[in-house]
Structure formats: structure tokens, C-alpha cells
Design a protein around this ligand. Structure first.
Ligand code: HMG
Ligand code: MG
Length: 313
């Protein structure tokens, strides 16, 4: 795989942003211990994922699976890896917790539709911009990088279709506030490649595509096809979750994210360069699967594990 590529075979750089420990584990009914979560995060860092979203400073009543966010983040204080981990922050209270844990990067999130925004973070979109102002200001002063998510860009579980203009407006506001990148979320995994091209085409008239990432859920099995459409349009950052773990508890019908192994396998086979170690990624996938205690949806993980088993025979 990637290790065998000669330099001349590398056609481009693609960044893979790992969300498994946050977006993946936030949806698990069984609480995974802090020690086990840290084991997974370290395995992902060891596999060379450039950035790992380690946890979420939301209210533990809303996301009980990540109630140990403070302990997780504190484990990286002063560590060499502290620049390579990030955490979700919904408001100033969340930022206080991130500052307390000396986070170097955070991610804010809101939705393109009013109803999903209200259900997910209990605020209108206008209230959310106001709540983000002190967060961006403090991050700017303290030199903390801010990434942003815009959810339900491909469709909302409550409102149905979402116009690209609504998403463009939210993206522009977040970039103007100081986000270095906005990740477009297909929160319920209903997009198709044609729609992806239309959305990105509309976006590209207002926003440079190098400011955008794609965050696709795989509910209907189209996440990888959507990413390929995005890749062809010029997107070079994709979010993915180890093993295909994940979902949003406030988006009925949302299932796992695009699996990191499926994305990386496709990219490497096409000659793209990610810097990720394939054998170590599979090791991380196996760790995730063992922690969860059931086979994970990633096709590439299952194929790699089966071929390892065959070699062992
Ligand atoms: P709220 O109840 O409206 O908060 O929740 P509030 O401001 O009214 O405060 C109520 C109490 O909560 C107060 O405590 C606050 O201090 C406390 P009290 O005075 O009553 O003792 N509080 C907090 N405590 C800890 N951490 C905080 C915090 N904020 C307030 N950050 C809130 C508002 C945003 C907190 C809540 O709605 C929430 O936590 N929502 C998170 C929902 C969530 O995590 N959803 C999943 C992530 S989004 C996603 O998955 C999509 C994404 O992956 C992209 C995609 O797929 O599209 C990113
Ligand atoms: Mg998500």
C-alpha cells in the first residue's frame, strides 16, 4: 500500500482528519473507559493520522459517552502529541474546559438548518453566532486554532432539503469569525455524488475550496462515492472515523461516519499520499473493534483482518 509507492506515483496530498474517538464513541451506548479511549487515540496517533478529534466538551447530560472529556484532554497536557489532538466545543463553558486542559486546537459546530441546530445545541442559528463570538475571540488571543463544522448540508432529518445558500451563509460567517477550515457534514448520510458536485460548485463561487473539508456519514453506503466526487472537485481534507464508528444522537437515522480504513485504502490505491501507516491503521481498527466488542462496518478493515487471518493459517 502507501509504503510501496515511489515518489513519482504520489499524485497529491490528502489530509484525513480522524473523528472516531469523538464522533464515533459519542454514539456508543456502553461507556468505554477513559483508559481504553486513550489506548485508541494513541494507536491512531501512532498510525500517523495528522489530527485526531479526541473528545467533546459538550454537556455530559447530552452526551454521556464522553463524560470523561476533561480526563481525556488532560492526558495530553505537555505531551509531544498535544498539537495533534482536538476537541469539540459548543460554547464558552466548553472553551473554559478546553483551556483548562491546554488544548491547542478546538472545533465548533452548528447546523445549516434551524431545526437541527435547535435540537442539537438548544439554540437558534442567530444565538449560536453570538455564543461563538467570545469563543473565537479567546482562541484568537490565545493562539488556539479553530475548526468549524456545518451539519446537515446534504439534508436535514427534520426539515428535509437544505439549500446550498443556507450552508454557504453559515460557512462564510464561521470563516469570517476566524475558523481556519469548515467541514461540511452529511450528518444523516443521504447525499449522492451528483448532489455533492452541485453543492461544491455552488460553494466554490463564494468560498475557496481549500477552506473546506467533507464529513460524510455512510448511512446509505454513499460516503466514499461522495468523497470521490469531492476529490474530483478539488477537496483535499476528509473526515473519517476508525472502523466506521459513529453517528449523531440528535440526528435520527444517522449511522457511522465514513470508515478511515475505507477512505485511506481508496486514496492509497489511487496513488494519493496521506502519510498514514496502513499496517498501524489496521492495528488501530482492531483495537477499536475489540473495545466495542462487535465487528465494525469498515469493509477495508474486515478485508485486511481476514487476509491477516488467512496468512496466519
Ligand atoms: P443548554 O442546556 O442550553 O445549556 O445546553 P445552558 O447554556 O442553558 O446551560 C445549562 C447548564 O449546562 C449550566 O449549568 C451550564 O453551566 C451547563 P448549571 O448552571 O445549570 O449548573 N453547561 C455546560 N456544562 C458542561 N459543558 C458545557 C456546558 N454548557 C453549558 N459545554 C449545550 C447547551 C450546547 C451545552 C448542549 O445542547 C449540548 O451539550 N449539546 C451537545 C450536543 C452534541 O454533542 N451533539 C453531537 C455532536 S454534533 C455532531 O455530531 C455533528 C458533527 O459530527 C458534524 C456532522 O456530522 O454533521 C459535528
Ligand atoms: Mg458527524
Amino acid at each position: 500500500m502507501q509504503e510501496q509507492l515511489a515518489t513519482e506515483d504520489i499524485v497529491a496530498n490528502v489530509k484525513v482528519y480522524e473523528v472516531g474517538p469523538r464522533d464515533g464513541l459519542q454514539n456508543e451506548a456502553t461507556f468505554i473507559s477513559t483508559e481504553d479511549k486513550l489506548k485508541l487515540i494513541h494507536a491512531l496517533l501512532d498510525a500517523n493520522l495528522p489530527l485526531v478529534e479526541m473528545t467533546s466538551f459538550v454537556h455530559p447530560r447530552w452526551i454521556p459517552a464522553l463524560a470523561d472529556a476533561d480526563q481525556i484532554a488532560h492526558a495530553f497536557v505537555g505531551s509531544e502529541q498535544s498539537q495533534r489532538v482536538s476537541a469539540l466545543v459548543p460554547n464558552a463553558r466548553g472553551l473554559d474546559r478546553a483551556l483548562n486542559a491546554e488544548c491547542k486546537e478546538i472545533a465548533v459546530f452548528m447546523s445549516a438548518s434551524e431545526t437541527h441546530n435547535q435540537r442539537n445545541i438548544n439554540k437558534t442559528k442567530a444565538e449560536t453566532y453570538l455564543a461563538f463570538e467570545p469563543v473565537f475571540k479567546a482562541c484568537h488571543e490565545k493562539n488556539i486554532k479553530v475548526r468549524a463544522y456545518v451539519s446537515v448540508v446534504w439534508g436535514c432529518p427534520y426539515e428535509g432539503q437544505v439549500s446550498p445558500n443556507a450552508s454557504i451563509e453559515v460557512c462564510q460567517r464561521l470563516l469570517d469569525m476566524g475558523a481556519y477550515e469548515v467541514s461540511l457534514g452529511d450528518t444523516i448520510g443521504i447525499g449522492n455524488p451528483q448532489q455533492t458536485k452541485k453543492i461544491l460548485d455552488a460553494m466554490s463561487k463564494h468560498i475557496s475550496l481549500d477552506k473546506l473539508a467533507m464529513h460524510m456519514h455512510d448511512t446509505w453506503g454513499r460516503a466514499l462515492a461522495n468523497c470521490l466526487a469531492g476529490l474530483e472537485m478539488g477537496i483535499r481534507t476528509f473526515d473519517a472515523s476508525i472502523g466506521g464508528l459513529g453517528g449523531c444522537p440528535y440526528a435520527p437515522g444517522a449511522s457511522g461516519n465514513l470508515a478511515t480504513e475505507d477512505l485511506v485504502s481508496m486514496l492509497h490505491e489511487m496513488g494519493y499520499h496521506t502519510g498514514i501507516s496502513w499496517p498501524k491503521l489496521i492495528k488501530a481498527g482492531r483495537i477499536a473493534q475489540d473495545l466495542i466488542g462487535r465487528p465494525l462496518p469498515s469493509r477495508a478493515l474486515q478485508a485486511a483482518l481476514a487476509s491477516q487471518k488467512n496468512l496466519d493459517c
